[in-house]
Design a binder for this molecule. Structure first.
Ligand code: XBP
Length: 233
């Protein structure tokens, strides 16, 4: 039987990446960096998981102006981005994707256990949960496995392995909710089936291997574009 649902955050619970991008661009200006990431640039850079890793990749591979100074200030730059991100989220910039709140509510009513497995930081997760599900939302999730707590970020299985370990459930009895091919790979490698809802920046990715792919988790559910693997439907 199914025992647990494990949710990715960015792109799955909410379309957060435009808010991350906006916070980044404002932070670049704050740090006097003559950079701005447009949507195509961000789409390309999202192949690198993790905000710090993504910034480092950009600095080292794109070699923008002021690269050396930015590299030296990388932790500060990323922390400042997250502060701006949290402020935007607290101001109501981001909503949950359709169906997410209902799924969480109904899963709890059925006695399913809930967890989070994300690349982003715990503070970002808490900001989003508080702004969208209320101040007590953190308690809805029995376990939160965040990127900075594991050795290797997605597509490595670490965060999903940590989440199932914290819950104490067998991965075959949990379903992962994801929006990226990297998250799908991570969940699969950890032994979980995945339901994928592609998001704004990931709708061109290949989700073969998912148990199901839906446009949204909303009601009325739109038809699946792909159904396969174990346990779908
Ligand atoms: C998405 C990410 C994150 C966010 C930004 O992770 O890769 O890096 O883009 O957050 P997931 P940080 O889909 O696993 O939630 O800057 O805090 O990394």
């Amino acid at each position: 039987p199914l025992e647990a649902l494990i949710f990715d955050v960015d792109g799955t619970l909410a379309e957060t990446e435009e808010t991350h991008r906006q916070a980044l661009n404002a932070t670049f200006a704050d740090f006097d960096l003559p950079w701005s990431w447009d949507q195509p640039t961000y789409r390309r850079l999202l192949r690198i998981m993790g905000g710090k890793e993504r910034l480092r990749h950009f600095i080292e591979h794109d070699r923008p102006a002021k690269a050396e100074a930015a590299l030296a200030a990388l932790p500060k730059l990323h922390a400042a981005k997250n502060e701006r991100y949290a402020a935007l989220v607290a101001a109501g910039d981001v909503r949950l994707r359709p169906g997410v709140e209902r799924l969480i509510r109904e899963a709890r009513a059925e006695g399913l256990r809930l967890a989070i497995a994300t690349t982003t930081s715990l503070a970002n997760v808490e900001a989003l949960l508080a702004a969208t599900l209320g101040p007590d939302a953190r308690r809805i999730f029995e376990a939160v496995a965040a990127g900075d707590e594991v050795a290797t970020k997605k597509p490595a299985p670490d965060v999903f392995e940590l989440a199932v370990r914290l819950l104490g459930v067998d991965p075959s009895r949990a379903i992962a909710f994801e929006d990226t091919v990297y998250g799908l790979r991570a969940a699969t490698a950890a032994g979980l089936r995945s339901v994928v809802t592609p998001s704004f920046y990931t709708d061109d990715q290949d989700f073969s291997g998912a148990a199901a792919v839906f446009d949204t988790l909303g009601d009325p559910g739109r038809p699946a574009r792909h159904l396969g693997g174990a346990g779908a439907g």
